[in-house]
Write a protein that binds this ligand. Structure first.
Ligand code: COI
Length: 359
């Protein structure tokens, strides 16, 4: 397939709000994704180049009703976060990694890539401008949502030639305020090797809604996705990658083309290695987990993600067999990783991995 060539010249125009909405926001009761800060960044891709780069007041979009994204779903996104160091300096976590993953998703969905320097500059500018929106209480952050949509007003099924790249931000509290209950997938699949499961494609999330609703109706929070061929190998949860503590080892499903390449997942693996805690990336069968539970070796299950950070799993049910995990206070690894990551992102401990960009 022909790759869309991108020219990289860009200049970001500033159109600031006259009056901030920040005083209307109750920062003590933030729910994930419901409050939006003052500004957003927008840029258009047309005639082979990025143009109209602008920071402007957050607001509605107007688009052609036949836009590709509305019919054939050319849509990808990222999720990342800004924090404040204890001295008030705004910081970004793993900015370049997110830029790279965004473009990997764009390539998979045959969309124009956003030059890394445009992606990074736009985020740095918008976060500097809306720095007062970064909440500072434990577990909170300014969630950043860059996304890219195909905007050609044309009903033929072909890659869009025009795109819109948008970034907005939301002050957020924890995505999962309490430990989650999971049920293994038995009927539906999230992704298959060769599909788009590794990309942050909007459609992956749309496809998970019916299975999630059915799981919710049975009393579970989320579905633990299994491989699409045998329903035997564990994949992920959709909103997060998965980690299991078995005995004194931490194991996580290996990236295989059908699992999102989580940046928090990768960060956790690096922290574990740095601390000398054995960690394995490999295929994990659900039978192995059931067996480890029965022998008392299964100590923890937790998910990792930008939104989820480290979210403990309280229960996992497989084919009607319910596994109840130890109390959260006893979770040595999940709690350590959550604390360590938060400490790195707020400057409590030194950023020995080079993950932080200070603004
Ligand atoms: C993120 O962690 O940023 C995600 O993309 C998960 C999300 C859909 C809330």
């Amino acid at each position: 397939m022909e790759r869309i060539e991108v020219k990289t010249q860009h200049e970001i125009k500033m159109n600031k709000v006259n009056q901030s909405r920040i005083n209307e926001v109750d920062f003590n009761s933030l729910v994930f994704g419901r409050v939006f800060s003052d500004h957003m960044f927008t840029a258009d891709f047309a005639d082979g180049q990025w143009q109209n780069c602008e920071i402007q007041p957050f607001g509605n979009l107007s688009m052609h009703p036949a836009s590709n994204v509305l019919h054939y779903g050319q849509a990808i996104f990222e999720g990342m976060k800004a924090f404040k160091y204890q001295d008030g300096t705004p910081v970004l976590f793993r900015l370049e990694e997110h830029a790279k993953r965004f473009n990997a998703s764009a390539r998979r969905l045959c969309m124009a890539e956003v030059p890394e320097e445009l992606f990074c500059e736009a985020i740095e500018k918008i976060i500097s401008l809306d720095r007062n929106w970064i909440p500072t209480f434990e577990g909170a952050s300014l969630y950043i949502r860059p996304f890219l949509i195909g905007t050609d007003g044309y009903l033929g099924v072909k890659p869009s030639q025009t795109f819109k790249f948008i970034i907005f931000t939301c002050p957020v509290g924890p995505y999962y305020p309490k430990p989650v209950t999971l049920v293994t997938a038995e009927k539906y699949v999230r992704a298959v090797v060769g599909g788009v499961g590794e990309a942050k494609a909007a459609g992956n999330y749309a496809a998970s809604l019916l299975p999630m609703r059915e799981a919710n109706n049975k009393g579970y929070d989320q579905v633990m996705w299994m491989d699409a061929n045998e329903f035997k190998y564990i994949q992920e949860v959709g909103t997060m990658n998965l980690f299991f503590v078995i005995g004194d080892k931490v194991v996580t499903p290996a990236i295989n083309g059908a699992i999102l390449k989580g940046i928090t997942r990768k960060s956790f693996i690096d922290i574990l290695k740095d601390k000398g805690i054995p960690v394995e990336e490999r295929d994990i069968t659900i039978d192995e987990i059931v067996e480890a539970y029965k022998t008392g070796e299964l100590k923890e299950i937790f998910g990792s993600g930008t939104a989820a950070v480290a979210s403990h799993v309280s229960e996992l049910t497989h084919k009607g067999y319910k596994m109840v995990l130890p109390p959260v206070e006893e979770r040595r690894i999940g709690n350590m990783l959550k604390r360590e990551l938060n400490d790195i992102r707020t400057g409590v401990v030194e950023d020995r991995f080079g993950w932080i960009k200070k603004l």
